[in-house]
Design a protein around this ligand. Sequence first.
Ligand SMILES: NC(=O)c1ccc[n+]([C@@H]2O[C@H](COP(=O)([O-])OP(=O)(O)OC[C@H]3O[C@@H](n4cnc5c(N)ncnc54)[C@H](OP(=O)(O)O)[C@@H]3O)[C@@H](O)[C@H]2O)c1
Length: 263
Amino acid sequence: MTGATGNVGRMVVDELLALGATDIRALTVDPVKANLPAGVEVARGFVGRPETLTDALAGVDRMYLAPHPASAFEVCRLAAQAGVRVIVDMAGAKGEHWQVVEDAVEASGVPWTHLEPGEFMANADLWAPQIRSGDVVRDAFGDVVNAPVAQEDIAAVAARVLLSDGHLGKAYELTGPQALSRREKVAAIGRALGRELTYVELTGDEARDQFTATMGEYGQWYLDGLAQLLEYPQPAVSTVADLLGRPATTYEEWARSHADLFR
Ligand SMILES: NC(=O)c1ccc[n+]([C@@H]2O[C@H](COP(=O)([O-])OP(=O)(O)OC[C@H]3O[C@@H](n4cnc5c(N)ncnc54)[C@H](OP(=O)(O)O)[C@@H]3O)[C@@H](O)[C@H]2O)c1
C-alpha cells in the first residue's frame, strides 16, 4: 500500500482489514506518526524517492498505488523488477493531470486495474471557511455540473478490487450517484447543517483571485477544469454500485456525515 496514511489510502487499509486481509504492508515516511492499525506491517519509504522502496517492494504480490505523477514511471519499473503481480492504481479521470500514473503502470508490464475517480466530494472543504463564518458562499461556475464521488467509496472499491479477481486490464471510472451543480451541492451542505446558504456567483477576476488565494498554483487549473465542465458536464456512472453491490454514497449522505467540517 502506498499513500497508506492519505485520505483515501488510510481508508483502503481499513477496508482491507474489514475484508479479512492479513498480509498488508503499508508505506510511510514516518512509521510512528503513521499510527497504522495493529496487524499492518509498516515499511519506511516514500514513492517520491523511489530509491527508498527496495525493502518495501520485496515480496509484494498486489500493490495499491496512490498518485505521485513525478516518480510514477520509476516506481512502477521497480515494482515490476520486484515481481509485483498486480498494480491497482488510483489516479484520476482519464486524460487529466494524473494520466501519467496510468501510462507508467501500463509501461511497467505489470497487470493492472485503473481506478479513475472524478472530483472528490471532500473538495467541498474549499467552502468550509466561508460556511463556518456565515451563510453566504461566494464561488464560481455555480451551474457547472459533475458527479463527485465519496473517498469512502473509492477506498471500498480499491480494497475489493485488490482482493478479488476479474479486474485485470479494466479501467473503472468512479463517480457519485448523481450529477449536481455547485449551487446544488452548497444547498445540500446547508440542509445537512439545518441552514439556508446563499450562493453568490463571483466574476471571472474575483474567482481567479479567490481560487489562487485558497489553492495556490492549482487555483487557475481548477477554474480551467470548471470551465471545461461547463461545456461537458460529467454524468454519473454506476461503477461504484456495480462493484460494491450497494448504492454509492449520495452527496446528501456525505454532507450529513461530514457536517462537522462546516461547523
Ligand atoms: N481531489 C480530487 O478531486 C481528486 C480527484 C482525483 C484524484 N485526486 C488525487 O488523489 C490523491 C488522494 O489523496 P489522498 O489524500 O488520499 O493521499 P495520497 O496522495 O493518496 O497519499 C498521500 C500520502 O502520501 C505520502 N506522502 C509523503 N510525502 C508526500 C508528498 N510530498 N506528496 C504526496 N504524498 C506524500 C504521505 O504518507 P506518509 O507521510 O505516511 O509517507 C501521505 O499521507 C491525491 O494525490 C489527489 O491529487 C484528487
